[in-house]
Design a protein around this ligand. Structure first.
Ligand code: FE2
Ligand code: FE2
Length: 424
């Protein structure tokens, strides 16, 4: 007969029976109900047990599978609940609470910043939709130009929250409308600023990127979506969106040369293998920027689910497989800005944790910031850590395509759900 495997489950242990080496789970549900950073952790010092005793906890759950030793009920404790805490223990508890309050205020600030960036992005999307509608309906050219000028003058305050904006684009929520032009415009502005342009030089880039694919609207529905594999005849028909886009803008008397070049040249490759065969510097600077951002967004946000790529995979492929298509300096700056695992990537760590990258640091590429998935914490209390704060040997094991993980985890990591922000 096959031998039955004994399943070891977490069990309750009195705090006075705890020992260093046990992996515990606290009974408190709120993050601010205890002074520790996490509600599940490996006991590493007697001081942690002493702090637990002072926190009014009588029992905790011990997970035998993650513990390094089992409880010995007869073990004599060196710290008793009745003892008065020493000055150093009082100081330690005080420090832990102060550090938690700092983290809590950082989380609140981050959520407010995210909420503002999200509002700006939703505004940009409705502006792009409105502008497209006016151009396609051949509205009077004066009113189209006036709309462009007023949107440029009154655009949402330019935020320096690059990582948050990248995160919004990389982790587009089902409840958030998707607009490829708006995403490409944000990425293009981020890249241009990194390349040293000033914001007031970027009007043509912003509207060119926003409208770069407007010609697709003049094509049959089946050709509008980007697919990697198409029949040659389909590809030829789809390529016509370049010419159609320029015609639509000229008809609307949008005659900004730089903007028209973005629409016309955004599929050019620096090696001359693009639609029109333009090479190197004969492709406009802004079109070179948009080519990179267009490629990135259409891969990570492809509406055809099976053709979606993770941000990390897209970055790696752009560098390894498609490098010859793009201007070298601009591609390198783009990768430097996005990081190896761009903000918004869902990743698994080598310690078993999972989370969403919320910040990357070009000078410390392997130590990004992560919003950790912790089912014991309410999503509103979910915490950000630099990966090395979780342990010296902790690193990213792999990135995950969001639709392959349970909806509950996706929602947890999705700010837009936890912010309860409704764009319409
Ligand atoms: Fe295009
Ligand atoms: Fe595009």
């Amino acid at each position: 007969m096959p031998k039955k495997t004994k399943i070891e489950l977490p069990y309750s242990v009195r705090v006075e029976d705890l020992e260093v080496g046990m992996y515990i789970r606290l009974p408190m549900t709120g993050w601010m109900d205890h002074p520790f950073l996490r509600s599940k952790f490996l006991l590493r010092t007697d001081e942690q047990i002493a702090i637990l005793m002072r926190s009014g906890v009588s029992e905790v759950q011990v997970d035998p599978l993650k513990s390094k030793l089992m409880p010995r009920k007869s073990a004599a404790r060196s710290v008793q609940t009745s003892q008065q805490p020493s000055d150093s223990l009082k100081r330690k508890i005080d420090e832990l609470w102060k550090s938690k309050k700092r983290i809590q205020s950082k989380v609140e600030t981050r959520r407010k910043q995210f909420s503002r960036c999200l509002e700006s992005h939703v505004h940009r999307i409705s502006m792009a939709n409105e502008l497209e509608k006016m151009i396609l309906a051949q509205a009077p050219s004066d009113s189209i130009q006036a709309y462009i000028d007023s949107q440029w003058e009154n655009q949402p305050e330019t935020s320096d929250q690059t990582n948050i904006n990248i995160s919004i684009i990389n982790n587009t929520s089902s409840s958030l409308p998707y607009h490829h032009g708006a995403n490409t415009a944000v990425l293009s502005i981020i890249l241009a600023l990194e390349l040293g342009y000033e914001m007031d030089e970027l009007k043509s880039l912003m509207f060119g990127a926003l409208l770069h694919d407007i010609g697709l609207e003049a094509l049959p529905q089946g050709l509008r979506i980007y697919k990697e594999k198409r029949q040659k005849s389909e590809n030829r028909a789809r390529n016509a969106h370049i010419k159609l886009g320029v015609e639509l803008l000229k008809k609307a008397k949008v005659l900004d040369e730089e903007m028209l070049k973005v629409v016309e040249q955004h599929h050019e490759h620096i090696n001359g293998m693009g639609f029109l065969g333009l090479k190197g510097d004969s492709i406009s600077e802004f079109a070179q920027i948009v080519a990179i951002c267009n490629h990135y967004d259409r891969h990570i946000n492809n509406p055809v689910v099976t053709e979606k790529r993770t941000p990390h995979r897209t970055i790696v492929d752009m560098f390894n497989l498609f490098r010859e298509r793009f201007n070298n300096e601009k591609l390198n700056k783009f990768i430097y800005t996005m990081g190896i695992y761009p903000a918004g990537s869902i990743v698994k760590l080598n310690d078993g944790n999972m989370g969403m990258i919320t910040g990357t640091f070009p000078d410390d590429m392997k130590n990004p910031e992560i919003l950790l998935y912790d089912p014991d914490l309410d999503p509103r209390d979910a915490l950000f850590f630099r990966i090395k704060e979780l342990g010296d040997s902790v690193e990213i094991k792999e990135d995950i395509i969001p639709h392959t993980i349970p909806l509950s985890i996706r929602s947890y990591l999705n700010y837009t759900e936890s912010l309860n922000y409704s764009p319409f």
